[in-house]
Design a protein around this ligand. Sequence first.
Ligand code: ATP
Length: 196
Amino acid sequence: MEKIGIYGGTFNPIHNGHLHLLQAALDRLRFDRVLVIPTNIPPHKVERDLASNKDRLEMVRLAVEGMDRVWVSDMEQRAKGKSYTILTVKKLRAMFPGAELTLLMGADMLLSFDRWHRWREILALASLAAFARSEGETELLERKAAELGNARVVRVEPLPMSSTMIREMIRRGEDISALVPEKVCAYLREKRLYQE
Ligand code: ATP
């Protein structure tokens, strides 16, 4: 049975914490492929702090270039509207009827999962794999995973960072080259994204 990982996010911008999760998922969960799916953001919402669909998608592409088994999908951006995970999972279930689907997510997303739109339906179609974002979160995550069912915690050394932190650093003119892949760093500079 094909094993497919689904990794959605705003990726505003993608950073090394995202890639750390992705690589750990590939190494530890033995996926045949992982789809990385940036959310749709309607053009009228795009402003200094929120890059366009095109820019976020392009940075994701640059970041995963050359990574085996990783596919970038613009399906949520093409679908327009609000990117509800249930809609994406249903589409993927129809596209890959026999596959085992697993949603990849960081701690914050697992902890709020039972507030997601139609979360029970999501859990009936896909399992969850969660990763700590900072030290000492594992126990809390394990408890949440057990409570939800069809969810597991993958124990890896966390790489604590966020897109918010990167946007703030750019605004302050600080060096972010240790936090994002080189090509993403060059793209951010060239397009002057998130600057004042
Ligand atoms: P923001 O700071 O803008 O809220 P973010 O850094 O949380 O952004 P998202 O694009 O919202 O990034 O996250 C996409 C997915 O990646 C989510 O499941 C999130 O939990 C996970 N994630 C983000 N950063 C990390 C990290 N450093 N380690 C593990 N998972 C992460």
